[in-house]
Ligand binder design. Structure first.
Ligand code: SAH
Length: 477
């Protein structure tokens, strides 16, 4: 970090700026937001500067910058758009001990960042000159994210900060302020101005104080972590992760998502490696109950959607029996993410009016299904946990009349960087899985060929072993 960002107090201090053209104007627009006294030095000046001078917002000295002009200035800007003149000003400022910025010259004493202004909340963005486009992009995104009223809210908050100290430090205060800035403050301000904010403040503070006197009550939130891409988290899931004291997650929940947990949160993996050592469900339940009883907000992160093949009912019942409040935040289930990667609808008029989400495994081993219905022409099934059960699945479907040429698309690691799609047929399914070396979590779409829309993803084509009629790619039978 060559340039260190600081917030400099300019109230009651002088800024000297040399230059009277547009370069000077664009700096002045920013500097006029400060509480500094501004002196502009220029033999001639554009209208904006003349107007600001007439309005008393700055003083225009109708001459070039001269020795002595930097002596009492906290900051000096050389903005004459003339390199030789800027260098002369820089030398004067250096001799007189002021920090100087030569516009667009990274070797200056200081550089001015891109600024998002919600005074008193200020976001400064710098890239040390390497990527102005990136700085503009970050600025635009930040402008969008921060309500225009944020500054007013922050000022109101400053006035009442002392009252909130009646709450115990830690979560109670944090929750109060995050509610103020994110949840109830902005709508109150929009609906009824500062009086409405004051009324909402009183009401929420009273509630928070009475809650703080009651013993802390924890809760468990079953959170859908989605298929892996952190951008597929819901905003609710993201917020919950940000607020949780304890995060208990499955093995399939990736690092990119766990990084969104608060730094102080306790993060515990309760992995159930297929075929490997596993946490017992009872132990997971006991862990959640213990933390919630201790007053913690526990985020129980589950891959995909928590209510799809996630053993959620067992957890909900155990928590209910223990008298612990449970909330559920849905997530993007892997079949939905895999379908998006595959670029092909799961339902289609004239082909299938229903779609089966099924697992090839249950607690007793391979799972039985209504195979006759699943084997019907046009049927589409998204099979979870199907990789190791592929041969069983194939056998059952063929036995009940499904054609060997029925297309199967395997989507491994949907939505993650390592995502792959493999095209197979029912007749070649176990061989295709072996040949492709599928190791990650995968969805098998039985009855769906790979979609053309996703051609960029490498697709491994494996010929069916049985001599079956070829199916045109893109058409399910
Ligand atoms: N609740 C989860 C499913 C848990 S069962 C959900 O809604 O997605 C675990 C199975 O989910 C895995 O065996 C695999 O079939 C599937 N799965 C999870 N993540 C996946 C991913 N990123 N890509 C493909 N399949 C995935």
């Amino acid at each position: 970090m060559r340039h260190f960002p600081i917030f400099l107090d300019l109230a009651g201090h002088r800024i000297a700026l040399a230059g009277g053209g547009e370069t000077a104007v664009s700096k002045l627009r920013l500097l006029l937001k400060t509480e500094a006294t501004i002196d502009v030095f220029a033999p001639d000046a554009v209208d904006d500067i003349r107007r600001w001078h007439a309005a008393g917002r700055l003083t225009w000295h109708v001459r070039a910058f001269a020795p002595g002009d930097a002596a009492t200035a906290r900051l000096v800007y050389a903005a004459t758009a003339d390199a030789a003149e800027d260098a002369r000003i820089r030398a004067i400022a250096a001799a007189e001990g002021a920090l100087v910025n030569v516009v667009d010259d990274l070797s200056s004493d200081f550089i001015t960042p891109a600024i998002v202004d919600r005074d008193p909340v200020t976001v400064a963005i710098g890239t040390e000159g390497t990527a102005p486009v990136l700085a503009r992009q970050i600025k635009a995104e930040t402008e969008d994210r921060l309500s225009p009223d944020l500054g007013r809210l922050a000022r109101l908050a400053a006035g009442r900060r002392g009252e909130v100290e009646a709450l115990p430090p830690g979560r109670a205060r944090r929750d109060f302020w995050s509610g103020f800035f994110a949840h109830w403050g902005p709508p109150a301000l929009a609906a009824g101005g500062e009086d409405a904010v004051a009324a909402a403040f009183d009401a929420h503070l009273a509630t928070a104080l009475s809650d703080a006197l009651a013993p802390a009550e924890g809760k468990v939130v079953l959170v859908g972590a989605g298929p892996g891409d952190p951008e597929l988290l819901t905003l609710k899931a993201r917020r919950c992760l940000h607020e949780a004291d304890v995060v208990i997650h499955d093995r399939l929940v990736g690092a990119g998502i766990l990084e969104l947990a608060r730094r102080e949160a306790t993060v515990i993996e309760v992995g159930k490696t297929p075929g490997g050592p596993a946490w017992r469900q009872d132990d997971i339940n006991a862990l959640m109950i213990a933390h919630a009883r201790g007053g913690a907000v526990v985020a129980r992160l589950k891959a995909g959607d928590p209510l799809v093949f996630g053993r959620a009912d067992e957890e909900i019942e155990a928590l209910g029996d223990a008298g612990i409040a449970v909330e559920i935040i849905p997530g993007v289930t892997s079949a939905a993410a895999a379908a998006a990667s595959n670029g092909r609808s799961l339902t289609r008029r004239g082909r299938n009016q229903a779609i089966t989400l099924m697992t090839a495994h249950d607690a007793d081993g391979f799972a039985e299904h209504d195979w006759r219905t699943l084997a019907k022409p046009g049927a589409v099934a998204a099979v979870y946990m199907g990789v190791r059960a592929a041969r069983f699945l194939q056998g059952r479907l063929l036995l009940h009349g499904a054609e060997a040429a029925r297309p199967v698309t395997i989507v491994e690691n949907a939505s993650r960087a390592e995502e792959r799609r493999v095209a197979a047929t029912l007749g070649s399914l176990p061989e295709a899985i072996d040949a492709a070396g599928i190791k990650g979590p995968a969805i098998l779409f039985v009855g769906l060929a790979p979609g053309a829309a996703a051609e960029a993803v490498p697709v491994l084509d494996i010929a069916p072993r049985t001599a079956a009629p070829r199916i045109a790619v893109g058409e399910a039978s």
